[in-house]
Design a protein around this ligand. Structure first.
Ligand code: MG
Length: 303
């Protein structure tokens, strides 16, 4: 095995995860439209094409930076976010403003640190975009959490947002194990072991204890499903849902979407984790209905 072929495999896994993330995001966002709620109940697909949102746009930057630098380069990542920022993709107001200021020459370190009166954002932005990074580091889950931590700081400096990103990257790395996806308990145990003590970590331990619950709505009522748009209100449920059906993208999608909340983000997280392993790729028909990734996304390492 040459160094290059292992790099190519990292890229292929990350791109596969990005595609799953984009399908989860784009299809999930369809269920913010009240007219589509009955479809969700029946597990019917809305008419395409489905447009992806900020989750996918930012994840494309994560993959682009990995393909070019083979690790997270914070300056390159912050500038890619700013350069490709499309105001109409559903970003939160604080991130919209920050990315505009970076484009105008502002320093991302100062801007990200100053958000929310100096506490930093504890939103989902760092977690929702990071599954492809975890897939990239499937051969080194600890490095996945380390690189995720570095990637988070470019926009989200509150501890919970950072740990949320670490948890999603760890989950994608473990899910992508070439030997086959782990059991639900092994996945969440593995993630818990890789993240520091935090509200996200506490939520993940609770999620692990609820793996045998059949009713997603009850689990979401306990863990949260993104209604408060914080990492600790979002990541534990998304990973609970992914862990329960690794290898079955459709099942994971419907379980995640049906409880409502921040549906494009919970489905982007769960979709990116499940699709990190080839067995969890989204159905071809779903990929066809999903808007294509932007043309600046690399198609190979160093392209
Ligand atoms: Mg979104």
């Amino acid at each position: 095995m040459t160094a290059d072929s292992s790099l190519d495999r990292r890229f292929d896994r990350a791109l596969a995860s990005l595609r799953g993330l984009a399908v989860g995001d784009a299809l999930g966002s369809q269920f913010f439209v009240p007219a589509n709620y009955p479809l969700l109940k029946r597990r019917d697909l809305p008419a395409g094409p489905w447009q992806w949102t900020d989750d996918t746009e930012m994840a494309c930057s994560v993959l682009a930076v990995l393909a070019r630098h083979e690790r997270i380069d914070q300056d390159a990542l912050a500038h890619s976010f700013a350069e490709h920022h499309d105001f109409d993709r559903g970003y939160g107001p604080a991130v919209n403003r920050m990315l505009r200021l970076i484009r105008e020459g502002g320093d991302w370190r100062e801007l990200a640190a100053a958000l929310f009166k100096g506490q930093g954002s504890w939103g989902n932005g760092a977690a929702m975009r990071v599954a492809p990074l975890g897939a990239w580091y499937a051969d080194d889950p600890e490095q996945a959490t380390h690189q995720a931590e570095i990637s988070a700081y470019t926009t989200h400096q509150h501890r919970e947002a950072v740990v949320g990103a670490m948890a999603v990257a760890a989950a994608a790395a473990l899910a992508a194990n070439p030997a086959g996806p782990p059991t639900p308990t092994d996945l969440l145990d593995g993630v818990v072991a890789l993240v520091p003590r935090s509200a996200v970590g506490a939520g993940l331990r609770r999620a692990r204890d609820m793996l045998d619950y059949g009713d997603a709505a009850t689990v979401a009522a306990v863990l949260g499903s993104g209604r408060r748009t914080s990492a600790h209100d979002t990541v534990p449920f998304a990973l609970w849902s992914a862990a329960r059906a690794l290898g079955d993208f459709e099942q994971v999608f419907w379980t995640t979407a049906q409880v409502g909340g921040d549906v494009d983000t919970t489905c982007a997280i769960a979709g990116g984790v499940v699709a990190a392993h080839a067995a969890g790729a989204p159905p071809a028909a779903w990929l066809e209905q999903t808007e294509e990734l932007p043309d600046w996304v690399p198609t190979a390492v160093r392209s």
